[in-house]
Design a binder for this molecule. Sequence first.
Ligand code: SAH
Ligand code: SF4
Length: 346
Amino acid sequence: MEAVLSGMMPDELARELSLKPSFRGRQIFEWIHKGALSFSEMTNIPLEFRDSLKDKKILSSEVSLESASEDGTAKITIKLQDNSFIESVLLVDENDRKTACLSSQAGCAMGCTFCKTATMGLIRNLSAGEIVEQFLHLQRKYGNISNIVFMGMGEPLANFAEVLKSIRILHHPLGQNIGHRKITISTSGLTSGIRELAETGIPVRLAVSLISAESDLRLKLMPVAGKESLKQLKESILYFQEKTKKRITLEYVLIGGINDKKEDAVKLRHFVNNLKVIVNIIPWNPVDDLPYREPDEETISSFISTLEDLSIPVTKRYRKGRSVNGACGQLAVLQNSPDPSDSGRA
Ligand code: SAH
Ligand code: SF4
């Protein structure tokens, strides 16, 4: 498969395109991140260069479907080179700040029983370019984006190298220049990945999907992630905290009748001891054919008050994007049919 230019840093572009002098790589990087779709738009590049590059593709993917919801959330379905499909979401907050919710994999191997993406299984990892392109597509359609969350399809720490590379590209000052603290990686709790991330020293924000602080229940809900003990998970979070000195978010998807009782809150209290965390309560978003129910408003408020009474810092995530199935845990493209002869690598 052809190299994906959107997944390259300026020096790599210069090498890939045999550009001399090497500052041409920086110029092309700037153009790609300004949204250029062809070399003919790159007016500060000499004409003979542009001509020689005109058959090269800048983007490897295309938007195949777009759905917007009244609350400002928009979801796009993206077709990749090998005919796999992924989804990305644009979130807009009350201050009109835009956040790109990006996928790191087509599908997911973790099998969380409450999540729609899990029903696809893992199709493949995305390349850095395919991750960056999600951002470029969203920005082209909806305007300047200031924040990024890896909360779309897939487990970002199971595709560590490509996710990290996409962050390097999106952070680059000649391109999108997104600050590290404006980027959040959400993980189902892969402890070696959490440690590895801490060791990079890159100060991105970390969110860990805890879901339950009771080991048997966590294992039932998150069959793969739950195999690592809560003790190991806590140790890895403590390690991250020690290295970065930053507060971590624990995501707690509140599922009606499953993890919404007083004893669940007490277990959570025990887990958060010694941790600098904020617990984010995400009321479960309905997914067809999954055997769960949404918690009612009263249950949500009383669970939150119980956490507050136990002095656990807590926030609640708004239920945005549900009308386009673009809310947390509702992403899946079930007609995925990748071409098996194509490895999809950049
Ligand atoms: N794989 C990563 C990131 C993608 S999932 C992770 O699991 O953290 C992003 C968030 O959506 C996670 O916190 C996950 O627990 C949550 N989620 C999954 N299914 C959900 C659903 N049906 N309703 C609400 N949140 C859900
Ligand atoms: Fe994968 Fe996250 Fe969904 Fe679990 S919740 S299946 S880790 S995307």
